[in-house]
Design a protein around this ligand. Structure first.
Ligand code: CP
Length: 300
């Protein structure tokens, strides 16, 4: 197996369970000492963000800093030759020709990561690819659940909201099959996959009573304006103080971010509910992404 194939993470179907366990163990060690190794010193890594990002981009940048890797950051189209009409694929191939140790890529469905992978020699990490998947987000979510509930296995994760358009939901379906946890959906019908292959709860209170982890997704306002009353969304599916009375006191409240406060989650829940782990998800994102980059660099 080539280094590219061995260390790339394009989806979670092809990531072995044993390797996920190793990544989690490395993340535990990095939590104790983020500067455990400067194995990346003298190396570059390309962070190609063709779509907007705060958490994923900056956590990869932080991970690079901890490892001593110099991050070559392309942040949006502005200022790059994409503005002159260069294609996304050509942009990636030109950056790859500068021989960074890895490519971290976020883009829409218009870039084919598999076609890129067939043409470059370094590993590729999917940092959010259209609606296909966001594997590092699902991994950091699972790591956060393991940290707070002791294990990810057999947990019941309720994903609430826009699962139809969500790459986070797509990656959780892949990871759940691998790590043996259960995923269910809840939300307005037009927000859910047409043929959901998992349990679907019609009401939020039923779903919250069932789950050990309640995960809200961002309502992709740009896709749903006019199709569903957002006023109703908050009362029917929002993580409000009132609605969350149905959730166990031992359960976790999560959200991958960014959050539309007052729509899918209230500010009071975000800031005051002791079950809410949203910012811990972000902190764990650094650990998981650093563990992934460290694996690319040869491991501990
Ligand atoms: N969760 C997530 O991917 O956030 P960003 O879009 O800010 O990276």
């Amino acid at each position: 197996m080539s280094s590219r194939t061995q260390h790339s993470i394009l989806d979670l179907v092809n990531l072995e369970k044993e390797k996920i366990g190793r990544l989690f163990s490395t993340a535990d060690q990095l939590a104790a000492n983020p500067f455990l190794t400067s194995k990346g010193f003298g190396k570059t890594g390309a962070l190609l963000f063709f779509e907007a990002s705060t958490r994923t981009r900056m956590s990869f940048e932080t991970a690079c800093a901890h490892l001593g890797v110099y991050p070559m950051l392309l942040d949006g189209k502005s200022g790059s030759s994409l503005e002159k009409g260069e294609t996304l694929e050509d942009t990636v191939l030109n950056v790859a020709a500068m021989k960074p140790a890895f490519l971290v890529i976020r883009s829409g469905d218009d870039l084919d990561f598999n076609a890129i992978a067939a043409q470059v020699s370094m590993p590729i990490i999917n940092a959010g690819w259209g609606k296909k998947g966001h594997p590092t987000q699902a991994l950091l979510d699972a790591y956060t659940i393991r940290k707070h509930l002791g294990s990810i296995e057999n947990q019941k994760v309720l994903i609430v909201g826009d699962a139809r358009h969500s790459r986070v939901a797509a990656s959780h379906l892949e990871l759940a099959a691998k790590l043996n946890y259960e995923v269910a959906f809840c939300g307005p019908q037009e927000f859910l996959p047409v043929h959901a292959k998992v349990k679907v709860f019609e009401t939020l209170s039923e779903g919250l009573k069932w789950c050990s982890v309640a995960m809200a997704l961002r309502v992709q306002l740009e896709r749903h304006q006019g199709q569903h009353s957002l006023g109703n969304y908050r009362s029917d599916f929002g993580f409000t103080v009132e609605n969350l009375k149905s959730l166990s006191k031992d359960a976790l409240i999560m959200h991958p971010g960014p959050i539309n406060q007052g729509t899918e989650m209230d500010t009071e829940v975000l800031q005051k509910d002791s079950r809410c782990r949203v910012l811990d998800q972000v902190s764990n994102g650094v650990l998981i992404r650093q563990a992934i980059l460290l694996d690319v660099l040869g491991g501990l």
